[in-house]
Design a protein around this ligand. Sequence first.
Ligand SMILES: NC(=O)c1ccc[n+]([C@@H]2O[C@H](COP(=O)([O-])OP(=O)(O)OC[C@H]3O[C@@H](n4cnc5c(N)ncnc54)[C@H](O)[C@@H]3O)[C@@H](O)[C@H]2O)c1
Length: 331
Amino acid sequence: MKLTVKAKKSYDVYIEDKILSLKDYLDVSKRYFIVIDNNLPKAKLELFKEELENSSFYFLEAIEENKNLITVEVILEELLNQNFTKSDYLIGLGGGIIGDIAAFVASIYKRGMNYIYFPTSTTAMVDVAIGGKNGVNLLKNKNIIGTITPPAKVIVDLSFLESLPEKHYHNGLVEAIKMGMLFDKELFAIFEKKDFKNIKEIVVKSLKIKKQVVEQDEEDQDYRNLLNFGHTLAHAIEASSDYRISHGEAVAGGLLVDTINQDLKLKLETIFKALKIKYNYKLNLDKIKPYLYSDKKMKDEKIKIILLEDLEKYTIKYYSVDQYLELLKGA
Ligand SMILES: NC(=O)c1ccc[n+]([C@@H]2O[C@H](COP(=O)([O-])OP(=O)(O)OC[C@H]3O[C@@H](n4cnc5c(N)ncnc54)[C@H](O)[C@@H]3O)[C@@H](O)[C@H]2O)c1
């Protein structure tokens, strides 16, 4: 199936069970620079090697420590040394880390080259695929440098998930749970039923929500901020733990703190337990505090926190960092 995102620039997002030929999606006569997650099984890369034979393959380890300006510079140098032009295509083939780095490079090389994304993890399929946000970390602050640049095309091949380790598969579902809580009770119900393998429906429902939000506020000026639900705290938890707490685990903790309805909190805990996601780690408020100050959504010294009163029912609060820390003490 195909979704078309009609924002600043329209682009198609294909969602397929298994892609057998790239010819249906790409002009295989063109030259591509492909940034590839080095954990992908070799067998899954054969199609790319066979059909995109004029292309360059650049392998990268998907760890947060590599999501930085040094990696960006190395890839930019490769592009330049290999004489890639603005009208050539850069492909990101991997999870969210590869997607964020590759899309950022594409958005700045020669002031912007064409970008195509093949997401390979659940996080990337349910979330990163739509919206054009990209970026890297700086001084451990998550995603602090980046752009919002729509891709030319996104191709979701669900069969990539066959090799994704269970921990990452489950972690990525937390972003879909977040979207269900904010916008779609039916999506949330899939998780309540523990129907975690119903991945096509989870991906399609999540991407339809993301499309709707991005079409209204692609630049993240206001409405799109809702998707930040649980994330102000999550980014601080993740960075202050030196990334020992994963993105999914950190978002799980953030969602629980920012859900003020006790019944819903219990339902969430049940889902996280079933997914074996750690969420009840101890919060070190002294370590978290400086990262709350570097929150990207900070305005007039206040952070914008989305609180969930019930499914599909949110309220927006503005707190100083100290006020929010007080709330955390009681959480
Ligand atoms: N730009 C956005 O809109 C957006 C949205 C959400 C998250 N993010 C970012 O995404 C990142 C998290 O993404 P993630 O959860 O995909 O993590 P990730 O990219 O670290 O991937 C998780 C792990 O799975 C491996 N992997 C990925 N696909 C695989 C596959 N098909 N088979 C085997 N192994 C595979 C990776 O090598 C890595 O070890 C964070 O950096 C977060 O900030 C960006």
